[in-house]
Design a protein around this ligand. Structure first.
Ligand code: AQP
Length: 340
Protein backbone atom coordinates (compact mmCIF):
# COMPACT_ATOMS: atom_id res chain seq x y z
CA UNK A 1 0.00 0.00 0.00
CA UNK A 2 1.20 3.52 -0.75
CA UNK A 3 2.64 5.18 2.37
CA UNK A 4 1.72 8.85 2.44
CA UNK A 5 3.33 11.35 4.80
CA UNK A 6 2.86 15.08 5.18
CA UNK A 7 3.18 17.72 7.87
CA UNK A 8 2.12 21.19 8.85
CA UNK A 9 3.98 23.77 10.95
CA UNK A 10 2.33 25.43 13.97
CA UNK A 11 3.75 28.83 13.03
CA UNK A 12 0.43 30.65 12.82
CA UNK A 13 -3.30 30.19 12.34
CA UNK A 14 -4.01 27.86 9.45
CA UNK A 15 -5.02 29.47 6.18
CA UNK A 16 -7.12 28.77 3.13
CA UNK A 17 -3.79 28.03 1.37
CA UNK A 18 -3.04 25.22 3.83
CA UNK A 19 -6.53 23.84 3.34
CA UNK A 20 -6.78 23.95 -0.46
CA UNK A 21 -3.11 23.15 -1.09
CA UNK A 22 -2.79 20.29 1.36
CA UNK A 23 -5.29 19.43 4.12
CA UNK A 24 -8.39 18.93 2.00
CA UNK A 25 -6.62 16.38 -0.17
CA UNK A 26 -5.23 14.62 2.89
CA UNK A 27 -8.77 14.15 4.17
CA UNK A 28 -10.58 13.45 0.89
CA UNK A 29 -8.01 11.38 -0.97
CA UNK A 30 -4.83 10.40 0.83
CA UNK A 31 -6.21 8.87 4.02
CA UNK A 32 -8.71 6.83 1.98
CA UNK A 33 -6.37 5.46 -0.67
CA UNK A 34 -3.06 5.30 1.15
CA UNK A 35 -1.54 4.28 4.45
CA UNK A 36 -1.34 7.87 5.62
CA UNK A 37 0.63 9.58 8.37
CA UNK A 38 0.08 13.27 9.20
CA UNK A 39 2.14 15.31 11.58
CA UNK A 40 2.10 18.66 13.34
CA UNK A 41 5.76 19.48 12.77
CA UNK A 42 6.32 21.56 15.88
CA UNK A 43 10.12 21.35 15.81
CA UNK A 44 10.04 23.28 12.54
CA UNK A 45 8.26 26.13 14.33
CA UNK A 46 11.40 26.72 16.43
CA UNK A 47 13.54 27.75 13.48
CA UNK A 48 12.47 31.41 13.71
CA UNK A 49 11.86 33.73 16.65
CA UNK A 50 9.04 32.08 18.63
CA UNK A 51 7.00 32.37 21.78
CA UNK A 52 6.95 28.98 23.59
CA UNK A 53 3.39 29.35 24.89
CA UNK A 54 2.14 30.32 21.42
CA UNK A 55 3.81 27.33 19.75
CA UNK A 56 2.17 25.02 22.33
CA UNK A 57 -1.21 26.65 21.75
CA UNK A 58 -0.88 26.54 17.97
CA UNK A 59 0.25 22.91 18.01
CA UNK A 60 -2.98 21.92 19.73
CA UNK A 61 -5.04 24.17 17.48
CA UNK A 62 -3.36 22.77 14.36
CA UNK A 63 -4.03 19.18 15.44
CA UNK A 64 -7.64 20.07 16.22
CA UNK A 65 -8.07 21.69 12.80
CA UNK A 66 -6.60 18.65 11.05
CA UNK A 67 -9.28 16.53 12.69
CA UNK A 68 -11.93 19.16 11.97
CA UNK A 69 -10.90 19.10 8.30
CA UNK A 70 -11.75 15.41 8.20
CA UNK A 71 -8.64 13.45 9.15
CA UNK A 72 -10.02 10.31 10.73
CA UNK A 73 -7.81 8.55 13.31
CA UNK A 74 -9.46 5.27 12.29
CA UNK A 75 -8.06 5.73 8.77
CA UNK A 76 -4.74 7.50 9.34
CA UNK A 77 -2.13 8.37 11.95
CA UNK A 78 -2.14 11.92 13.37
CA UNK A 79 0.55 13.00 15.83
CA UNK A 80 2.94 15.73 16.96
CA UNK A 81 6.51 15.51 15.67
CA UNK A 82 8.26 16.19 19.00
CA UNK A 83 6.44 13.22 20.56
CA UNK A 84 8.37 10.83 18.32
CA UNK A 85 12.16 10.88 18.85
CA UNK A 86 12.86 9.05 15.60
CA UNK A 87 12.66 12.33 13.64
CA UNK A 88 15.61 13.97 15.42
CA UNK A 89 17.53 10.68 15.66
CA UNK A 90 17.41 10.33 11.90
CA UNK A 91 17.95 14.00 11.17
CA UNK A 92 21.54 13.95 12.48
CA UNK A 93 22.40 10.97 10.29
CA UNK A 94 21.02 12.77 7.25
CA UNK A 95 23.06 15.88 8.13
CA UNK A 96 26.03 13.61 7.61
CA UNK A 97 24.83 12.94 4.06
CA UNK A 98 23.57 16.39 2.98
CA UNK A 99 25.95 19.25 2.14
CA UNK A 100 25.99 22.84 3.35
CA UNK A 101 25.75 23.99 -0.29
CA UNK A 102 22.44 22.15 -0.67
CA UNK A 103 21.09 23.85 2.44
CA UNK A 104 22.15 27.33 1.35
CA UNK A 105 20.40 26.87 -2.01
CA UNK A 106 16.99 26.31 -0.42
CA UNK A 107 14.71 29.18 -1.51
CA UNK A 108 12.81 29.30 1.79
CA UNK A 109 16.09 29.61 3.71
CA UNK A 110 17.32 32.41 1.48
CA UNK A 111 14.05 34.35 1.73
CA UNK A 112 13.51 33.89 5.46
CA UNK A 113 17.15 34.53 6.36
CA UNK A 114 17.08 37.76 4.34
CA UNK A 115 13.88 38.82 6.16
CA UNK A 116 15.36 38.05 9.59
CA UNK A 117 18.51 40.01 8.76
CA UNK A 118 16.45 42.95 7.51
CA UNK A 119 14.65 43.04 10.86
CA UNK A 120 18.05 43.11 12.57
CA UNK A 121 17.53 39.62 14.02
CA UNK A 122 19.94 36.71 13.96
CA UNK A 123 19.37 33.63 11.81
CA UNK A 124 19.08 30.39 13.75
CA UNK A 125 21.25 27.52 12.58
CA UNK A 126 18.11 25.36 12.54
CA UNK A 127 16.65 27.60 9.80
CA UNK A 128 19.52 26.43 7.59
CA UNK A 129 19.27 22.75 8.54
CA UNK A 130 15.51 22.20 8.90
CA UNK A 131 15.10 20.82 5.37
CA UNK A 132 17.18 17.87 6.60
CA UNK A 133 14.79 17.41 9.51
CA UNK A 134 12.00 17.51 6.95
CA UNK A 135 13.79 14.82 4.94
CA UNK A 136 14.00 12.77 8.15
CA UNK A 137 10.26 13.30 8.77
CA UNK A 138 9.55 11.86 5.34
CA UNK A 139 12.16 9.11 5.08
CA UNK A 140 11.59 7.65 8.56
CA UNK A 141 8.19 6.39 7.43
CA UNK A 142 9.20 4.68 4.20
CA UNK A 143 7.11 7.31 2.45
CA UNK A 144 6.16 6.91 -1.22
CA UNK A 145 4.09 10.10 -1.64
CA UNK A 146 4.25 13.52 0.01
CA UNK A 147 1.11 15.55 -0.74
CA UNK A 148 2.14 19.21 -0.46
CA UNK A 149 1.51 22.62 -1.95
CA UNK A 150 3.82 24.03 -4.58
CA UNK A 151 6.12 25.81 -2.12
CA UNK A 152 7.40 22.54 -0.67
CA UNK A 153 8.56 21.00 -3.96
CA UNK A 154 12.21 21.91 -3.42
CA UNK A 155 12.26 20.37 0.06
CA UNK A 156 10.79 17.09 -1.17
CA UNK A 157 13.36 17.06 -4.00
CA UNK A 158 16.06 17.39 -1.34
CA UNK A 159 14.60 14.44 0.59
CA UNK A 160 14.75 12.41 -2.64
CA UNK A 161 18.38 13.37 -3.26
CA UNK A 162 19.37 12.50 0.29
CA UNK A 163 17.57 9.14 0.12
CA UNK A 164 19.26 8.23 -3.16
CA UNK A 165 22.71 9.28 -1.87
CA UNK A 166 22.30 7.40 1.41
CA UNK A 167 21.15 4.25 -0.40
CA UNK A 168 24.07 4.42 -2.83
CA UNK A 169 26.65 4.90 -0.09
CA UNK A 170 25.36 2.64 2.64
CA UNK A 171 23.01 0.17 1.01
CA UNK A 172 19.31 0.32 0.32
CA UNK A 173 17.61 1.79 3.40
CA UNK A 174 15.08 4.40 2.30
CA UNK A 175 12.15 4.49 -0.07
CA UNK A 176 12.68 7.40 -2.50
CA UNK A 177 9.60 9.63 -2.09
CA UNK A 178 7.87 11.91 -4.55
CA UNK A 179 5.79 15.06 -4.08
CA UNK A 180 2.17 15.12 -5.21
CA UNK A 181 0.39 18.42 -5.77
CA UNK A 182 -3.26 19.41 -6.19
CA UNK A 183 -4.45 20.06 -9.74
CA UNK A 184 -5.58 23.59 -8.79
CA UNK A 185 -4.70 25.94 -5.92
CA UNK A 186 -1.25 24.39 -5.47
CA UNK A 187 -0.11 27.90 -4.49
CA UNK A 188 -2.87 30.14 -3.16
CA UNK A 189 -1.63 33.71 -3.25
CA UNK A 190 -2.04 36.54 -0.74
CA UNK A 191 -5.23 38.45 -1.63
CA UNK A 192 -3.48 41.79 -1.04
CA UNK A 193 -0.29 40.79 -2.83
CA UNK A 194 -0.92 38.18 -5.53
CA UNK A 195 2.83 37.96 -6.11
CA UNK A 196 3.32 36.38 -2.66
CA UNK A 197 2.10 33.06 -1.24
CA UNK A 198 -0.70 33.17 1.35
CA UNK A 199 1.46 32.07 4.29
CA UNK A 200 0.33 31.65 7.87
CA UNK A 201 3.40 33.26 9.40
CA UNK A 202 3.06 36.43 7.29
CA UNK A 203 2.04 39.69 8.95
CA UNK A 204 -0.39 40.88 6.29
CA UNK A 205 -3.76 39.80 7.82
CA UNK A 206 -6.16 41.37 5.26
CA UNK A 207 -4.70 39.28 2.43
CA UNK A 208 -4.92 36.00 4.33
CA UNK A 209 -8.09 33.99 4.83
CA UNK A 210 -7.76 32.03 8.06
CA UNK A 211 -9.75 28.82 8.47
CA UNK A 212 -11.37 30.17 11.63
CA UNK A 213 -12.29 33.58 10.21
CA UNK A 214 -15.98 34.43 10.68
CA UNK A 215 -17.95 34.39 7.38
CA UNK A 216 -18.32 38.18 7.30
CA UNK A 217 -14.55 38.55 7.73
CA UNK A 218 -13.97 36.14 4.83
CA UNK A 219 -16.40 38.15 2.68
CA UNK A 220 -14.64 41.43 3.49
CA UNK A 221 -11.19 40.03 2.73
CA UNK A 222 -12.33 38.61 -0.62
CA UNK A 223 -14.21 41.81 -1.52
CA UNK A 224 -11.02 43.83 -0.93
CA UNK A 225 -8.76 41.43 -2.86
CA UNK A 226 -6.39 43.25 -5.19
CA UNK A 227 -7.41 42.65 -8.78
CA UNK A 228 -5.66 43.72 -11.96
CA UNK A 229 -5.96 46.82 -14.12
CA UNK A 230 -8.01 45.20 -16.93
CA UNK A 231 -11.77 44.81 -16.51
CA UNK A 232 -12.50 41.44 -18.12
CA UNK A 233 -12.25 38.20 -16.19
CA UNK A 234 -9.63 35.98 -17.82
CA UNK A 235 -7.40 33.29 -16.37
CA UNK A 236 -3.87 34.54 -17.00
CA UNK A 237 -1.63 33.77 -13.99
CA UNK A 238 1.39 35.63 -15.39
CA UNK A 239 -0.38 38.75 -16.69
CA UNK A 240 -3.38 38.92 -14.30
CA UNK A 241 -2.27 37.22 -11.07
CA UNK A 242 -4.95 38.74 -8.82
CA UNK A 243 -7.88 37.49 -10.91
CA UNK A 244 -6.15 34.17 -11.62
CA UNK A 245 -5.78 33.63 -7.86
CA UNK A 246 -9.51 34.23 -7.31
CA UNK A 247 -10.38 31.87 -10.17
CA UNK A 248 -8.08 29.19 -8.72
CA UNK A 249 -9.72 29.52 -5.31
CA UNK A 250 -13.19 29.33 -6.86
CA UNK A 251 -12.18 26.31 -8.97
CA UNK A 252 -10.73 24.52 -5.94
CA UNK A 253 -13.85 25.18 -3.85
CA UNK A 254 -16.31 24.14 -6.59
CA UNK A 255 -14.27 21.39 -8.32
CA UNK A 256 -14.18 23.51 -11.46
CA UNK A 257 -11.60 24.56 -14.00
CA UNK A 258 -10.14 28.06 -13.46
CA UNK A 259 -9.83 28.90 -17.17
CA UNK A 260 -13.39 27.81 -17.95
CA UNK A 261 -14.86 29.58 -14.91
CA UNK A 262 -13.52 32.93 -16.10
CA UNK A 263 -15.83 32.83 -19.12
CA UNK A 264 -18.88 33.07 -16.88
CA UNK A 265 -18.06 36.55 -15.50
CA UNK A 266 -18.24 40.05 -16.87
CA UNK A 267 -17.22 41.87 -13.68
CA UNK A 268 -14.76 41.47 -10.82
CA UNK A 269 -17.56 42.21 -8.33
CA UNK A 270 -19.61 39.17 -9.40
CA UNK A 271 -16.53 36.96 -9.32
CA UNK A 272 -15.59 38.11 -5.82
CA UNK A 273 -19.09 37.48 -4.54
CA UNK A 274 -19.04 33.90 -5.82
CA UNK A 275 -15.54 33.31 -4.46
CA UNK A 276 -16.58 34.57 -1.01
CA UNK A 277 -19.74 32.39 -1.02
CA UNK A 278 -17.77 29.33 -2.12
CA UNK A 279 -15.06 29.81 0.52
CA UNK A 280 -17.59 30.36 3.30
CA UNK A 281 -19.42 27.16 2.27
CA UNK A 282 -16.23 25.09 2.07
CA UNK A 283 -15.12 26.26 5.51
CA UNK A 284 -18.50 25.97 7.24
CA UNK A 285 -18.35 22.24 8.19
CA UNK A 286 -14.74 22.58 9.27
CA UNK A 287 -15.54 25.48 11.59
CA UNK A 288 -18.51 23.60 13.07
CA UNK A 289 -16.48 20.46 13.70
CA UNK A 290 -13.67 22.56 15.20
CA UNK A 291 -16.13 24.04 17.69
CA UNK A 292 -17.26 20.54 18.74
CA UNK A 293 -13.70 19.28 19.10
CA UNK A 294 -12.70 22.28 21.23
CA UNK A 295 -15.38 21.24 23.69
CA UNK A 296 -13.69 17.84 24.03
CA UNK A 297 -9.92 18.41 24.42
CA UNK A 298 -9.50 14.95 25.98
CA UNK A 299 -10.46 13.42 22.63
CA UNK A 300 -7.75 15.36 20.77
CA UNK A 301 -5.15 14.40 23.42
CA UNK A 302 -6.11 10.76 23.06
CA UNK A 303 -5.80 10.88 19.25
CA UNK A 304 -2.33 12.45 19.53
CA UNK A 305 -1.19 9.93 22.16
CA UNK A 306 -2.28 6.96 20.09
CA UNK A 307 -0.93 8.60 16.92
CA UNK A 308 2.52 9.01 18.50
CA UNK A 309 2.52 5.40 19.63
CA UNK A 310 1.71 4.19 16.12
CA UNK A 311 4.17 6.60 14.51
CA UNK A 312 7.03 5.43 16.76
CA UNK A 313 6.34 1.82 15.82
CA UNK A 314 6.28 2.72 12.12
CA UNK A 315 9.47 4.79 12.13
CA UNK A 316 11.69 2.84 14.52
CA UNK A 317 12.70 -0.07 12.24
CA UNK A 318 13.75 2.24 9.38
CA UNK A 319 15.69 4.58 11.66
CA UNK A 320 17.41 1.63 13.38
CA UNK A 321 18.30 0.23 9.96
CA UNK A 322 19.83 3.59 8.99
CA UNK A 323 21.94 3.60 12.19
CA UNK A 324 23.30 0.18 11.36
CA UNK A 325 23.84 0.94 7.66
CA UNK A 326 25.84 4.10 8.32
CA UNK A 327 28.27 2.25 10.59
CA UNK A 328 27.11 2.82 14.15
CA UNK A 329 27.66 -0.01 16.58
CA UNK A 330 24.29 -1.45 17.56
CA UNK A 331 23.32 -1.23 21.23
CA UNK A 332 24.19 -4.38 23.16
CA UNK A 333 20.64 -5.66 23.28
CA UNK A 334 20.45 -5.59 19.49
CA UNK A 335 23.75 -7.53 19.15
CA UNK A 336 22.39 -10.20 21.49
CA UNK A 337 19.35 -10.73 19.28
CA UNK A 338 21.64 -10.87 16.27
CA UNK A 339 20.74 -7.57 14.68
CA UNK A 340 24.28 -6.56 13.86
N1 AQP B 1 -0.62 29.39 0.01
C1 AQP B 1 -0.58 28.08 -0.09
N2 AQP B 1 -1.11 27.48 -1.17
C2 AQP B 1 -1.10 26.12 -1.29
N3 AQP B 1 -0.55 25.31 -0.36
C3 AQP B 1 -0.02 25.88 0.74
N4 AQP B 1 0.58 25.36 1.81
C4 AQP B 1 0.96 26.36 2.63
N5 AQP B 1 0.60 27.55 2.11
C5 AQP B 1 0.01 27.28 0.93
C6 AQP B 1 0.78 23.93 2.05
O1 AQP B 1 0.28 23.60 3.35
C7 AQP B 1 1.12 22.59 3.91
C8 AQP B 1 1.61 23.02 5.27
O2 AQP B 1 2.27 24.26 5.14
P1 AQP B 1 3.44 24.70 6.09
O3 AQP B 1 2.98 24.63 7.48
O4 AQP B 1 4.66 23.92 5.76
O5 AQP B 1 3.77 26.17 5.61
P2 AQP B 1 2.99 27.56 5.62
O6 AQP B 1 1.56 27.41 5.94
O7 AQP B 1 3.38 28.24 4.38
O8 AQP B 1 3.57 28.25 6.92
P3 AQP B 1 4.63 29.34 7.08
O9 AQP B 1 5.13 29.31 8.48
O10 AQP B 1 4.08 30.65 6.57
O11 AQP B 1 5.72 28.72 6.19
P4 AQP B 1 6.74 29.25 5.22
O12 AQP B 1 7.04 30.65 5.65
O13 AQP B 1 7.84 28.29 5.48
O14 AQP B 1 6.18 29.11 3.88
C9 AQP B 1 2.26 22.37 2.93
O15 AQP B 1 1.98 21.23 2.15
C10 AQP B 1 2.26 23.61 2.09
O16 AQP B 1 2.76 23.38 0.78
Amino acid sequence: MTRVFSGIKPTGHLTLGNYLGAMRRWAEVDQRHGDAVFCVVDLHALTVDHDPARVRRLSRQTATLLLAAGLDPELCTVFVQSHVDEHTRLSYLLECVATDGEMRRMIQYREKAARERERGGSVRLSLLTYPVLMAADILAYGTHEVPVGDDQTQHVELARDIAVRFNQRYGHTFVVPRATRPAVAARVMNLQDPGAKMGKSDDSGPGIVYLLDEPDVVRKKVARAVTDSGADVVYDPAGRPGVANLLEILAACTDGDPAGLGDGYTSYGALKKDVADAVVEVLRPLRERHRELCADPGYVDGVLREGARRARALARPTVDAAYRAIGLLPAEAEVVVGAG
